[in-house]
Design a protein around this ligand. Sequence first.
Ligand code: GYE
Length: 335
Amino acid sequence: MKTAKVSLFVVIVMVLGMLAACAPAAAPAQPAAPAQPAAPAAAKTYKDMTLCYPQLGAESDWRTANTASFKETATQLGIKQLVFSDAQQKQENQISAVRACIQQGVDVIALPPVVEDGWEAVLTEAKNAGIPVIIVDRSVSADKSLYASHIGSDMVLEGERAAEEFNKMLPNGGAVLELSGTTGSGAAVGRAKGFRNKLNANIKIIDSQTGNFTRAEAVPVMQAFLKKYKSGTDFQGIFIHNDDMGIGAIEALKAAGVKPGDLKIVSVDGTRGGFQAMVDGWFQADVECNPLLGPQVFEMALKLMNGQTIDREVLTNETVYYPDKAAELLPTRKY
Ligand code: GYE
């Protein structure tokens, strides 16, 4: 076999030599051939990937599940490095974390922005450094040309879904309170907007205060509401922007002698805590918001590293959960 190959090689060399000898001695000057394009680089794999995830905080069970999804997916896929940080709900911390990732020269930045505004400068820096950014979970107000894509929930739709629950439960109208998420966050802005889009005109939002998406901050807000307004008389329902604040609110309601079912309460997320609140009769509906975004984000990041086309907006498919199935579904919940 080896000999055959060698002799074939010798023959080819001889033939080429003869052809060269036959070529005209002084070939007319030819313009230089254009440089051959470099051979395409081998496709990048997860093993090559350094992904930056400057998490916005650890304010809720939703967030804990979101962080776990990124860490678990990174391990499962065997990526080179996940650069993770926790900004403790402070935008300046997130911006510093993004800058550190640019400095390090990561392949892709996946950014869950704590608030919508104020990202132009750092997104421009990432763009100038040639590092694609995927906006994860909440949205940004910055121009779309500054980032590759957004993967997350349709927060406006979530607010609309919550409004539809109140429309069904209060067909003759009424008054509701709103316990909203972090001021200026895409999640709170979108949910508040959607809620107002669809709420029947005979249902009034008599007050709206932020509990910053945390249990601890929701308690005093609910206590203050209860001092100002009489439960059941001044208001019949509460729209709460996430389950953690819902759990904080329940604490305050219980302490004030309010019983499960006295008020119509609709929350968002669909965490185990939210399911338990439905089992216990406190929540009449829980609008799903899925935090398990890791797999989709890493898949898109790899496509970006390989210069493949991606969708500019990927919205999660979600539903609404009700108390009738809560006990049955609770053990199956992943977060
Ligand atoms: O609903 C809440 C969390 O941005 C969708 O943030 C997320 C929200 C989620 O703190 O629980």
